[in-house]
Design a protein around this ligand. Structure first.
Ligand code: GLU
Ligand code: ZN
Length: 492
C-alpha cells in the first residue's frame, strides 16, 4: 500500500444533474483524507455518457464544490500533470488501452446480440445456474469471428475475468473475497466504440496514480472487476499498483430506504436554497459514517481533517436525519461572527424573498436585530419571516397565531399593556418587559400568556425573535400604533 506521504485520492462524479448529499459526503471524505495526509485530491469529471451529462450539470457541479469550500489539487480549472480531467476529452486514451487489452488477450470481441444474451440468461436461470455472461465468445477462432463479421454483426469488447477468486482488504469493511463464478466477463467498450464506465474509471485511476479509492458502497460489487482490470494494466505496464479501496456506508432516507438521487431530501440545492451554511452541512454529512468523538458533534472542517481516518468509518448504513442536520446547522450559525452572520443573510433580505426590499429595508434596524436573530434561526432562509415586522408597514397576520393569542380578555390585556408601554423607558428592553409583566399581573396572567397578544399584534406571529428587543428596535410609535390597530381589529 502507498505510504502516507504520497496519498492520491480522487473525487470523480458524473455530471448528471444537481449533486446529491451522498456525493457530497464522498467528496468530503476524500478531501479530508487527502488533507489529513498532506496528499493530493484529484477531481475528475466522468462525463462519458453523452446522453446524460450536460455542460450545465458540469458547471453546477463545480459551483457546488466551490460553495462547499472544497479545493482540489488537480482537476478542472486548476489543471495538473494528468490533464485533461474530463473523461469526454480523453477518448483517445481509452481507445488505445482497449486496443492493448484486446491485443494482449485480456479482452475479446463479443458478438452476442442482446436477444441472444437474454435468451441464454433466461435458460441459465431456469436451470438454476449463474446468470452472468456465459463466456460464449471467449475463445472464438479467427474463422468464427470472420463469420460473425460477415453476418454483419457488430461487437462489444468484453474483459476476460480470471478464473480465480478475488480477495482484497477494504479500508472500511475488512477482508472481502468474491468467488470467480460471481464475477463474469463484462463489457468495457460498446458496439459503437464508446468506452464504458467499467473501463474508463479504473484506467484513469491507474493513469492518475490513485492510491486510495474511497467511494460509496454501491460500487463495492464492481471492485473485483476493477482489480482484475488493474492487474492486466500492470502487466501491460500502464498501471503501477492496485489502489486500496474503501467503501463508504449507504445513506438511508425516510422509511429506512436508501436515499436516492431523485429524493428531494437528497439534493444539495435544497440545502443551499434553505440557507444551510456549507460548514454546517459538511459537519452533519461527516457524521454519516464517521464521528470526531462520542461527546463532540459540532466541529469545523479543520478539526475533521486533523482527526479523519478512513479506518474509523463505520460500515453500517447511516441514517440521514434532517432534524439533526438542522440542529447542527443552527449551532454553526451561532458560531459565526455577527458581522459574518449579517452578511450571509443578505440574499434573504432581497428580492425575491423579501417583499419590502429594497425600498423599506433599514440598515440600522437590521444591524440591531441581527444578533438576536442569530441565536434563533436554524437556517438562513428563516431570517425573512423573522424580521419582516421591522420593514413592512404592517405585520403579516398569521391566521392561526391570531386565533391562538387573541382569546377572550385579550383586548383588556392589550389596553393595559399599551398604557404601561406608553409610559415605559424605550431605551431599555428590560423596561418594556416590566411594562408587559405589570400588564399581565393586572389581569392575573404570567409573562408568557401576557406577551402572546402583544407579540401577535406587533409581529403577526406567536413565535419569533426575543420580543422586548424587537419592540425596542421597532420603536415606540410603531409599536403603539400596531397595538391600537390590533385592538381595533379585535373590537370590530
Ligand atoms: N462516476 C462514478 C459515479 O459517480 C464514480 C465511481 C467511483 O468513485 O469509482 O458513480
Ligand atoms: Zn459473446
Amino acid at each position: 500500500m502507498a505510504n502516507a506521504t504520497n496519498v492520491r485520492v480522487r473525487f470523480c462524479p458524473s455530471p448528471t444533474g444537481n449533486p446529491h448529499v451522498g456525493l457530497v459526503r464522498t467528496a468530503l471524505f476524500n478531501w479530508a483524507y487527502a488533507r489529513h495526509h498532506g496528499g493530493t485530491l484529484v477531481f475528475r469529471i466522468e462525463d462519458t455518457d453523452a446522453a446524460r451529462d450536460s455542460e450545465e450539470s458540469y458547471e453546477q457541479l463545480l459551483d457546488s464544490m466551490r460553495w462547499l469550500g472544497f479545493d482540489w489539487d488537480e482537476g478542472p480549472e486548476v489543471g495538473g500533470p494528468h490533464a485533461p480531467y474530463r473523461q469526454s476529452q480523453r477518448m483517445d486514451i481509452y481507445r488505445d488501452i482497449a486496443e492493448k487489452l484486446l491485443a494482449g488477450g485480456y479482452a475479446y470481441p463479443c458478438y452476442c446480440t442482446t436477444e441472444e444474451l437474454d435468451q441464454r440468461r433466461e435458460a441459465a436461470r431456469a436451470a438454476g445456474k449463474p446468470s452472468g455472461y456465459d463466456g460464449h465468445c471467449r475463445d472464438l477462432s479467427a474463422e468464427q469471428k470472420q463469420a460473425y463479421e460477415a453476418e454483419g454483426r457488430s461487437h462489444i469488447v468484453r474483459f476476460r475475468m480470471p478464473d480465480e477468486a478475488t480477495t482484497f482488504t477494504d479500508l472500511v469493511r475488512g477482508d472481502i473475497t468474491v468467488q470467480a463464478e460471481n464475477v463474469t466477463d463484462y463489457g468495457i467498450v460498446r458496439a459503437n466504440g464508446a468506452p464504458l464506465y467499467t473501463l474508463v474509471n479504473p484506467v484513469d485511476d491507474a493513469l492518475m496514480e490513485i492510491t486510495h479509492v474511497l467511494r460509496g458502497e454501491d460500487l463495492l460489487s464492481s471492485t473485483p472487476r476493477q482489480i482484475a482490470l488493474y492487474k492486466a494494466l500492470i502487466e501491460l505496464g500502464v498501471a503501477k499498483e492496485i489502489p486500496a479501496f474503501g467503501h463508504l456506508p449507504y445513506v438511508m432516507g425516510e422509511g429506512n430506504k436508501k436515499l436516492s438521487k431523485r429524493d428531494p431530501q437528497a439534493s444539495l440545492n435544497v440545502y443551499r436554497e434553505r440557507g444551510f451554511l456549507p460548514e454546517g452541512l459538511l459537519n452533519y454529512l461527516s457524521l454519516l459514517g464517521w464521528s470526531l468523538s462520542a461527546d463532540q458533534d459540532i466541529f469545523t472542517a479543520d478539526e475533521m481533517i486533523a482527526a479523519f481516518d478512513v479506518a474509523d468509518v463505520n460500515p453500517n448504513p447511516a441514517r440521514f436525519d434532517l432534524k439533526k442536520c438542522e440542529a447542527i446547522n443552527a449551532d454553526h450559525i451561532r458560531l459565526l461572527d455577527v458581522k459574518d452572520f449579517a452578511e450571509r443573510c443578505a440574499p434573504w433580505l432581497k428580492a425575491p424573498f423579501a417583499p419590502w426590499a429594497p425600498e423599506s429595508f433599514d440598515q440600522d434596524k437590521w444591524d440591531a436585530i441581527a444578533p438576536h436573530a442569530q441565536t434563533r434561526i436554524k437556517v438562513l432562509s428563516e431570517i425573512t419571516d423573522n424580521v419582516d415586522f421591522l420593514f413592512l408597514p404592517e405585520p403579516v397576520f398569521d391566521e392561526a397565531s391570531w386565533t391562538k393569542a387573541m382569546k377572550e380578555g385579550s383586548d383588556a390585556l392589550l389596553r393595559t399593556a399599551r398604557e404601561k408601554l406608553a409610559a415605559a423607558d424605550w431605551s431599555s428592553a428590560e423596561s418594556l418587559k416590566e411594562a408587559v409583566l405589570a400588564a399581565g399581573e393586572a389581569h392575573g396572567l404570567k409573562l408568557g400568556k401576557a406577551q402572546a397578544p402583544v407579540r401577535v399584534a406587533v409581529t403577526g406571529r406567536t413565535v419569533g425573535l426575543p420580543l422586548f428587543e424587537s419592540l425596542e428596535i421597532l420603536g415606540k410609535d410603531v409599536t403603539l400604533a400596531r397595538v391600537d390597530a390590533a385592538l381595533a381589529k379585535l373590537t370590530a
